[in-house]
Design a protein around this ligand. Structure first.
Ligand code: ADP
Length: 301
């Protein structure tokens, strides 16, 4: 059996573990076990093969001006699973995430080559309807971004933009989305109050409810917990675990313990390249690449 690089962590305050997820934590630098002997270890692929992926990234390169931020990324994202993108700061995690709903369009002087296929359609095609794409591929940002509107209107926002105005549809969707985001019980008696009065952790769950309300297939999360306290972080992590069976969630995190706690699959990027991508348990306990092992054991990054 491959030696484990990691041992179980203590749960975060208030956290309910999602059954079936690996409970992993990183050892101190320099304590990683040696790789198993070649003759007994089956060959491991550095890039997982995914059956029926929701998104297929092929030879994706992205340049900010002359500078390459992503270099020939090829990977398939598994459907209705949580995938974590990890790697040191500046390795391209957020850039890759933003390619998946064309958020990089908002940045000047960006050039991409390659393909990002969603249901066999290249979403990098300039002719694509980006608004429709973003309904299918929602996003939750690092800093919660509640609008200066009521709690209700924050969640109903995407539906109203889509032209939905029937009160019953709005009411049902707002309640269902808030329930799924584990916020309903806390706000059901104050739906007409300003969302700005909620706490930071509640803001982030509100933003998740807003993303869910338009029934996306994929939810992108860019460091969704990094502005939150440990208790709010634990709640969002639990929520990611719960939503992962229903939606495809792709999350960027610089926190490897969080990646190990919440994700089914992990992709490790370094200097704009995809070094390794596989099941989280495998990536954290038996990485195929030396760079991955060095990163997860804290030798750099
Ligand atoms: P990560 O999310 O892993 O920290 P990023 O995707 O933010 O990495 O950045 C990847 C590289 O692209 C870095 O070198 C960063 O400086 C550069 N970069 C990111 N955003 C921009 C931008 N808007 N303009 C120019 N360079 C950028």
């Amino acid at each position: 059996m491959a030696p484990s690089l990691i041992t179980p962590p203590a749960p975060m305050p208030g956290q309910n573990r999602t059954a079936g997820r690996p409970e992993l934590v990183l050892p101190p630098p320099g304590t990683a076990a040696a790789a198993p002997p070649q003759e007994t270890a089956p060959a491991r692929r550095p890039i997982a093969i995914i059956e029926s992926p929701v998104v297929s990234v092929q030879e994706l390169c992205l340049y900010y001006g002359e500078s390459a931020a992503l270099q020939r990324i090829t990977m398939d994202f598994p459907r209705q699973q949580v995938t974590a993108l990890i790697g040191p700061s500046g390795c391209g995690k957020s850039t890759l995430l933003r390619c998946l709903n064309r958020m990089n369009d908002l940045i000047d002087n960006v050039r991409t080559t390659g393909q990002v296929l969603l249901d066999d359609q290249n979403i990098l095609d300039p002719a694509l309807d980006v608004i429709a794409l973003r309904r299918r591929v929602g996003m939750v940002f690092q800093r919660p971004t509640p609008f200066p509107k009521s709690i209700y209107e924050n969640v109903a926002y995407g539906l109203r933009i889509a032209g939905i105005s029937q009160r019953q549809v709005l009411d049902e969707t707002v309640e269902r989305s808030l329930r799924r985001a584990a916020l309903w019980e806390e706000v059901k008696d104050r739906l007409t109050e300003s969302a700005l009065g909620l706490s930071g952790g509640q803001h982030q769950r509100l933003c998740i409810a807003r993303a869910i309300a338009v029934d996306p297939e994929i939810i992108l999360m860019d460091e969704p917990c990094s502005a939150l306290d440990p208790r709010s972080t634990a709640r969002i992590e639990d929520l990611i675990g719960e939503l992962g069976g229903e939606y495809t969630i792709i999350t960027v995190t610089h926190n490897m313990q969080q990646a190990a706690r919440v994700s089914d699959y992990t992709a490790f990027l370094y200097e704009g390249e995809l070094i390794e991508f596989g099941e989280t348990q495998q990536v954290f306990t038996a990485p195929s690449k030396k760079e991955t092992e060095d990163y997860i054991t804290g030798r750099f990054g």
